[in-house]
Ligand binder design. Structure first.
Ligand SMILES: Nc1ncnc2c1ncn2[C@@H]1O[C@H](COP(=O)(O)OP(=O)(O)O[C@H]2O[C@H](CO)[C@@H](O)[C@H](O)[C@H]2O)[C@@H](O)[C@H]1O
Length: 733
């Protein structure tokens, strides 16, 4: 630890001498050897345990036979007891067997093995009481899921719980950067790795050992035998339980400008429900009451300047939330992608550097994640540098060999493009520039951050099947289609889900005041009518149930097709309808919304700004939601709308095509209306049919609502598919 600390310190100040490197190398070699010895010991114990379990099973079988025979021969009960005792040597042996503790010691070593040469950092803040002790998550309980919970209390008393200084013993980014691949570091680390890999491989083949459990009274029991205690439900993820770190530039409800925030808020919870140990890492743009300072402070160099970063932590809804705090994040709390290109880039460089080291520095529930069985999930260009840092700083140097990365494409239109000179801000080895260099007719030769992430990540996810395909086309790839095609072997489309707690008409907190009402399928007509009336009243529109109320919610940019609504506006204003639009973004489009309202005050309301409450009330109070997006990777508002019995009218593109099935009056199927061409005529045609159905075909309308509301739109489905991608990444070299 001491040596490693010196190592860290030396490199952070940028003055590491030759002898310091020599010391750190030999320290790491020593650590490697220790790990090898531990791993060997571990394998021996596993073999021993296997033998013991086989013997136990055999003996139990024999004992049962003998007891049966004995009972039938009507021998005296005293003799019977003696016979039972004697004929179950396995059990008697186990009672006094040191293997009792071996079970936990195997687990204990696995935990420390996963930390490899990374002793876990203490938590100064907790010692000093910055965070109330009661707020500390209950560590190592079933609920926490993931690897640590599996290891249970065996970790207790391990090094992880010894308060140490908050200086990590794992080499910092700068340290590992300096370690050469050919050094003893990598070879010993690789040696240890291969042993761990062997063990993983046996899991892969399904060679799980039978479980030996220790009952409450210290009675050994064999799972599945007559005397076994109730077995705790295994995690849904089964043997694929992993440590997952989701890294995103925004995370709802703390920070959100659009769908990325929703996903970063909901996907982690769904993965945690499957039993994974899950962390989400996001910037701390403001002061969040539910996350406490951990006392861990680090410095990262960006463009020659040292930046101090501190880490905040909160355990919420089964997920470790880690917020990275630094002054440059505070300045943009109301405009998180604001500032000039270089400022945004510097923030993201700093964030990714800080995030990739979270598993070593931030003790969540007392225990850092370490690198064993670890998957990073990066999102969009903002965090596309994370897979690159993981590779360049660690894996290229034989470290974090079991960590994998997935990059999720929420919107490939934003790529973090800039001049090649931006490369100097990133602190990467020179040869990495080739991963960023892209030429296309629009941008010429430039630096492309999304591209580097796509190339480097172990797996890529696009947020719908349709979008996975579109990204590979010239129209949908925005210059990266060639790169995506080249890497399509690792690409998969997974449709986003809905956060059931946040978006459900039964529980929606924005519907329990002001005349609104929560509702469900059972009282849909009544509940939705109340919401519609309350919303019309709130907006100052005529309160009428017979008029179709249309809604639009979205970032105001080219993507969302506000101009298509503008094209259809003259026709729409001739109809008996009401329209409410909520959005913020491009100034010209904001003005367009304002002018819609000022020209048609009797029918239109425009809400320029960001209001979560209004978004929920639109979703509940409207009859129809318009989504004429020019492209839409997945789209969440149409999913929310269907969940609330509001019918989507959408341009059939990307995720909208995947999720909204066009209504077919002949077979009485479908959940909305779609149009194929992104223009006013297409929208008018689809909207006209929708409004006709609303007025004249009530039963069909109700059927569409019911089908939409009863679909399984939960994150649980998507989480299962993410898990499959994580497993694929895990076993990929
Ligand atoms: N003014 C406003 N006030 C309040 N809430 C507002 C709002 N404007 C938008 N929102 C909310 O932000 C979210 C936007 O979701 P979208 O799926 O449309 O996201 P976006 O295009 O940002 O995200 C990208 O990522 C997501 C997630 O993967 C993909 O679904 C999507 O297709 C892709 O473009 C919704 O929750 C919506 O209610």
């Amino acid at each position: 630890m001491g040596k490693a600390q010196q190592h860290q310190g030396g490199d952070e100040s940028g003055s590491g001498s030759g002898s310091m490197e020599e010391i750190s190398r030999s320290t790491t070699v020593e650590q490697g050897k220790r790990i090898l010895a531990l791993q060997k010991d571990l394998l021996d114990q596993i073999a021993e345990r296997k033998k013991l379990v086989t013997a136990l099973k055999k003996n139990l079988g024999q004992a049962a036979e003998q007891v049966k025979a004995y009972n039938s021969s009507e021998t005296s009960s005293t003799d019977s007891a003696v016979l039972k005792e004697e004929s179950v040597p396995g059990i008697i042996g186990l009672r006094s067997s040191p293997m009792h503790s071996d079970v936990s010691s195997v687990e204990k070593q696995e935990v420390s093995g996963s930390q490899l040469d990374a002793p876990i950092t203490g938590n100064k803040a907790n010692e000093s009481g910055t965070k109330p002790p009661s707020a500390m998550p209950p560590i190592l309980t079933e609920k926490r899921g993931g690897l640590v919970s599996q290891f249970g209390s065996s970790v207790k008393g391990s090094k992880a719980f010894e308060p140490e200084t908050n200086t990590p013993s794992f080499p910092s980014l700068a340290d590992v950067f300096k370690l050469s691949k050919s050094s003893g570091v990598s070879s010993s680390a690789q040696g240890a790795s291969s042993l761990v890999q062997e063990k993983k491989a046996s899991h892969l083949k399904g060679e799980e050992e039978p479980t030996v459990k220790v009952g409450p009274s210290d009675e050994p029991v064999i799972a599945g035998s007559a005397n076994s205690v109730t077995e705790p439900t295994p995690p849904l993820a089964g043997p694929n339980v992993m440590n997952v770190i989701i890294v995103a530039a925004e995370c709802a409800p703390w920070s959100k400008t659009g769908g990325l925030g929703d996903v970063a808020g909901a996907l982690p919870k769904a993965l945690a429900r499957r039993g994974h140990r899950v962390m989400v890492v996001a910037p701390r743009y403001g002061s969040y009451p539910d996350a406490w300072e951990t006392g861990v402070r680090k410095r990262y160099n960006v463009a020659g300047q040292d930046n101090e970063v501190s880490y905040f932590h909160g355990y919420i809804d089964g997920v470790d939330h880690v917020f990275v705090d630094t002054p440059s994040f505070h300045g943009v709390s109301n405009n998180i992608y604001g500032g000039n290109r270089e400022d945004v880039l510097k923030r993201m460089v700093l964030f990714c550097k800080a995030a990739v080291e979270v598993p070593w520095h931030v003790p969540c529930g007392g225990v850092c994640y370490g690198d064993g069985n670890l998957i990073f999930v990066a999102n969009d260009w903002h965090t596309a540098l994370l897979p690159v840092y993981l590779q360049a700083y660690y894996r290229d140097n034989g470290l974090m060999e079991f960590a994998r990365s997935i990059l999720v494409i929420h919107n490939i239109a934003h790529q973090g493009r800039g001049p090649l000179s931006d490369f100097s801000l990133m602190g990467l080895p020179e040869h990495y520039i080739e991963k960023f260099r892209l030429y296309d007719p629009v941008g010429g030769e430039h630096l492309n951050i999304f591209m580097a992430g796509l190339i480097t990540a172990h797996r890529i996810v696009a947020v719908s099947h349709g979008y996975a395909w579109e990204c590979q086309t010239q129209l949908g790839g925005w210059g990266l289609d060639g790169v995506v095609r080249e890497h399509n072997w690792k690409l998969r489309g997974i449709v986003n889900g809905i956060d059931d707690k946040e978006w459900s008409p039964e529980l929606d907190v924005h519907l329990n005041t002001d005349g609104y009402s929560n509702y469900s399928l059972n009282n849909l007509e009544y509940g939705k009518a109340l919401c519609k009336a309350a919303f019309q009243k709130e907006l100052g529109l005529p309160v009428r149930s017979d008029v179709p109320l249309l809604g639009f919610i979205g970032r105001l940019d080219n993507q969302k097709g506000v101009d298509i609504i503008a094209d259809a506006m003259p026709w729409m204003m001739e109809q008996d309808l009401q329209l409410v639009m909520l959005g913020t973004g491009r100034a010209d489009l904001e003005n367009m919304l304002r002018s819609f309202e000022s020209q048609h005050r009797d029918k239109v309301r425009a809400w320029v700004g960001f209001s979560v409450k209004t978004a929920h009330r639109i979703t509940a109070g409207c009859d129809i939601l318009l989504m004429p997006s020019r492209f839409e990777p997945c789209g969440l508002n149409q999913l929310y709308a269907m969940r609330y019995g509001t019918i989507p009218v959408v341009h059939a593109v990307g995720g909208l095509r995947d999720t909204v099935k066009a209504f077919d009056p002949y077979s009485n199927t479908g959940t909305g209306w779609t149009f194929d061409k992104a223009d006013g005529t297409g929208l008018i045609h689809a909207l006209g049919t929708a409004m006709w159905t609303f007025r004249d075909f009530k039963d069909s309308w109700k059927g569409i609502q019911e089908r939409g509301m009863t679909q399984d739109l939960s994150w649980d489905q998507a989480a299962k598919q993410y898990e499959e991608v994580m497993v694929a990444a895990k076993y990929q070299w």
